[in-house]
Design a protein around this ligand. Sequence first.
Ligand SMILES: C[S@@+](CC[C@H](N)C(=O)[O-])C[C@H]1O[C@@H](n2cnc3c(N)ncnc32)[C@H](O)[C@@H]1O
Length: 291
Amino acid sequence: MGRKSLKPREGPSIREFLRYYVLLLLQKRPMSAEGMRRAIKRQSRENRDFRPSGPLAVGTRDLRLVLRQLRRRGLIQESQDKWRLTVSGQDTLSGYEKQKGASTNGKERAARKLLKLMGRARRGETVLDVGTGEGFMAFKLADRGYQVLGIDSGSFDYSKDSIRSAVEKVALHDGQVEFRGASVAELAKTGESFDYVVTSQAIHCMKDQGQCLEAICRLLKPGGVFLCIDFLVGLEGFLHHGWHSFLAISREEWQQLLPQYGFEAPRCQKAGDYLVVRARRRPTSRGSREK
Ligand SMILES: C[S@@+](CC[C@H](N)C(=O)[O-])C[C@H]1O[C@@H](n2cnc3c(N)ncnc32)[C@H](O)[C@@H]1O
């Protein structure tokens, strides 16, 4: 990804978010389309420490399309280049706010989906859990008979404690699980390889997502499987995780990126406010970015 992400993000996931966010912006005051684009960029700027390629910018074409849709549905109206919310727009927004309050446990649902996709371990099968934190996925996988290595770069203050706590829990656990403090790029240099690489709610906080995908591919045996759960980019993801959900990779972006980084057969499934992604390392892939 890197610098390439500077281009505005677009596609169905972004439009789904926009259909909600435009109403939210117009609730405060009437605005021009350009004013909305600028406001979105400003709002997402707080994520700049995590996303080296810059804040979220939405494509003009997608925003225009969404404004037309909302006008057709009678939720907004335009006068003198400014858009405003109608009464039915306000009602629709209140409906979204109720949805926001509804509890979800998307992470557990997504984790169950991931485990189902993997099934029971065959003898000696190995898994790497990248960005393991306290070992949320690592322990579940060890329970199913996999030999698991969990790594974490300790990128944030809280995550330094997380990996320490994972190490402490190993003694209380029967399965084969080990933890190390390392970034995925560092581990890729060791030449180790695994049958599976999994990552749970971590891709969104990786500084260079492209570099991490490249490292993940290299850490898989040819034909090995990558599985990821992370925030859904779109309405449900935004309602439950706010701007952080925009650090995640959307369905459309996954479908584009995975083949570029040496994976094949990408598949994305929604699990509430999470997305479950599965892809295989191409048997012939060199484990580095391919054109
Ligand atoms: C939000 S936590 C998720 C922890 C755990 N997987 C879970 O599902 O609860 C994300 C973790 O990814 C780690 N991380 C970020 N970038 C990383 C990288 N390049 N290599 C390894 N770990 C990384 C962070 O230190 C953080 O602990």
